[in-house]
Structure formats: structure tokens, C-alpha cells
Design a protein around this ligand. Sequence first.
Ligand code: PMV
Length: 337
Amino acid sequence: MRQSDPLARYFMQTHSNEAAWQPVQGEGAAVGKIILFGEHAVVYGKPALAVPVGAVTARATIRPAQGEWIHAQNFSRRYALAQAIERDPLAQALRVTSAYCGQPLRNLELTVSSTIPVAGGLGSGAAVATATVRALADYHGVALTPETVAALTFESEKLLHGTPSGIDNTVIAYERPIVFVKGEPPVPLRVAQPFTLVIADTGVPSPTRVTVGDVAAARAREPERFDALFAEVEALVLAARAIIAGSDPASLGPLMEANQRLLEALGVSAEINERLCVVARQTGALGAKLSGGGRGGNVIALVTPEAAARVAEALAAAGAKRTIITEIGAQAAGPFG
Ligand code: PMV
């Protein structure tokens, strides 16, 4: 039976004579994500398509401690919660989750680690926060729905990104392909035929907050032009959704090209994104585009399974720091379960 107060459990276990002593800890994990279509326009209320990427993960553990600590292993950084800056997304994830669980935030240490490149468009910030939320809830013996995980993690996303649409924390919390519209519950994205993507990390970190801020400033100067571009993105997203739910995912290629041109027009592409997209196409990809905030970050290329390794190698030779070949698996349109 689960004793819900972790400190009481810890006390009981450390003072009991049970042979099989189990350390009391809470654990949480979360996958990465990519946006297939619709980034940036999604901030302005347009739909976007996103899928989880299980090849990269974030992990979090909560253990009892003297005082309150955050240990970010990737940065070799251990600091007291009280010393965390106000905008610290991990501290925020701890605060909102402890409040949700109705438990004090006392005498515990959070340890996080991640294989997701930081500021690379794979959702590293949202995944680390999601793992933290899940670990602390687990520590307190509280089960969370994906909806609650997404809502709690959104509080960290706001500190990290300023005006996030909520797509990252939502697709990561649900771990399913989604159609996302800001402020609305996600809709499952039906994937009729699996398709293969090569994800190429440009190695150029690009904080989403910066590109999102630049798009906002540019739109303030030219509202009609930007709203027209967002409307074009929306049309592509709807067309892509229909193709993904149909039988010929190869025809997504031209839509990716068109979305990339619109992202360039929004001012969020960069030479490295363009170069990797060209290399992907030249080596057999059916289409390629940047994914996420842009100006670096990630490029995704649609490939046949046979061409995947060749395209990945060419992208690495052209400067990608890391490539991931991932299959977007068939998914029913059924409700989230
Ligand atoms: O976190 P990233 O870099 O994958 O970007 C998220 C997508 C944006 O549309 C650029 C921002 C947002 O909040 O939706």
C-alpha cells in the first residue's frame, strides 16, 4: 500500500526492519517532440500538427533531502530552490505541482537529465518540465491525467518562452500525434500510413522566445502581410492533416516545401536551415522544412525508409550535429486514452 506522505514513508522505511528496503523516490520521464506543420502561425490561433519523438527523453527523480534542491545533471548544476531565479522553469514546475498535489514543497531534491538538445526545437524545455511534474506527482502518489500534466507544464513554458501556444507541452503530455489549436483541447491526429522522417539538428541553438518575439514585432509592423502568411500556413496544415489521414503520405513532401517557404517569409529560417533542406532534397528526401522556432534548431525531411540512412548521412556531412531517423506510426483517430 502506498503511504501518500513521502516523508512519513521515508521515516517508516528507514526505521523499519524490512529486508527489502526501497528508497522512496518519485520518477518521471517525457519524450521529445517535433512540429510537422504550422509552427509560429499556431501562436496566432492557427492549427498545427505535432508528434512525439521517443528517441530522445528527459528524466526526473525526486528524493527526500535536507532542504530543497534542484540538480540539473546536463549542466552539472546543483542549486537551492530558494536560490532559483524567479523565472526558473524547473522551480516553477515544482511549485505548481506541489500546489496541485496539496503538499508542501519541503525537504526534497529534484534531479533532471535529458538527451534532448537544448533550444533545438525538440521540446527540451517542455519535456524536462513534464518529467519534473510527473516525478513530483509520483513522489506524492498522485496520478495525473495528460490534460493536467499539460496544464501544469504550461506554467513553466510561459516562463521559458514568453507567449507559447502550448503545443510543445501538450504533445509531450499526451504522447500522441495531435492537431493543436491554442487554447483548445488537442484533437488526435489520425495517421493512416506510417511515414519516415529524418530529424537533423543544425547544432545552432535558437531560443524560441527570440524568434517568436521577432515574428510578433514584424507582424506589428505589417499586420496584413503576416496574417495572410498565417492564413496560407493554415491551409497547408489542413491539407497535410487530410493527407496524413489518407493513404499517400509521400504527397506531404510538396506541402513541407511550401511551409518552409512561408517560414522563410516569416523571417525564421536561416542559411543552415535552407542548406540542410536543399541537401535533404538532393539526396532523395520528398520534402524538407525547419521544425519549431527556426533560425537553427531542427530540420525535418520526409523520406522513404530506403532513403533514410542516405539522407541522414548527407545531412551529417553537410553540418548537422545529430540526426534521428524516426517513423511516425499509424494511429487511429480514437479519443485519447
Ligand atoms: O519550442 P519550439 O522551438 O519547437 O517552437 C515551438 C513552436 C512555435 O510555434 C515557434 C512557438 C509556440 O509556442 O507555438
